[in-house]
Design a protein around this ligand. Sequence first.
Ligand code: UT7
Length: 321
Amino acid sequence: MVGKICGTGSCLPQMIWGNEKLEEMVDTSDQWIQERTGICRRHIASEEETTAYLASKAAKKALHDAGMSPEEIELILVATISPGNIMPGIACEVQKNIGAENATCFNLNAACTGFLFALNTAQAYIAQGIYKNAIVIGAETLSNLTDWKDRSTSILFGDGAGAVVLKSVDEGTYIQVSRSIGNKGHVLTLTNRNQKKYEQNPLAEETYMRMDGKAVFQFAVTKVPEMISEVLEKAKMSKEEITWYILHQANARIIGSVARRLGENKEKFPMNIENYGNTSSASIPILLDELNKKGALKQGEWLVLAGFGAGLSCGASILKW
Ligand code: UT7
């Protein structure tokens, strides 16, 4: 059994910051940000737009798209690194907010690869026959974790949530490969804000995201093509059979480089980073929802999803739309 995506949804905060807003905050320029990342603007959550709020809205829309009622849902997984609450897990908040009283709910943290790992987890439950359906969500309010004085990270990130509904079908394909490389974890970090040592100085340097951008860039452009080639091989498929490559939206140059390294047409790599920046675990489901709502994804087309990020971690999956 395989979980088929039968509904998608997303939710973006109301407020939009263009690159000119960042120009007021750090020594940067609209031109630099656009040329080096492809980003023009990003959505920034208000206090009311918590990660759980965005996740719940995205889940509701995905349920509506799937034509299912919340009581039918058996599993809710939320991938996030910015949950707001430690307890209860925001997957339980989503359950409460949407009325999915029969679901088992938990969060999962695999940073920007989070949505992909959550999808893998839901697929494993469905393949075992443990659950017949699931909502898988990627949701972030990274603006709460960003040091707005640090130009090497603040220009990149944005807030938002995306969700998919999976329904078990007898015939279908979901093939995945994944990697975690813990000994390279130091290149992208956010030290736990809840440790006692920060009580004296809650805004200490370590309480924000820190990134060696070049190291992460190098990791992404090397590992993502490797992961995609590996998953194609595992599926015994050729790249010509793939219609769309849905990559984590971290930097337009990373996506361009992956396409070149695979010898693939850039048109097969849709992007929306210009409007949202890097929304970590939310970027893949937001893009999926946009493409779905535009009618760009046709029944029977093969999709590759690929993610990478802190951990370090990376992975790729193949599924049929
Ligand atoms: O979601 C997964 C996690 N994140 C990523 O995947 C991000 C991966 N990394 C990146 O996307 C890129 O490394 C960045 C966008 C973060 C940085 O781009 P870069 O091309 O690697 O820039 P750089 O750090 O090599 O800096 C190039 C120049 C430097 O100036 P000099 O030394 O050449 O004079 C920097 O000081 O650009 C300067 N610079 C900036 N200038 C204006 C660095 N950041 C900025 C900035 N505005 N924000």
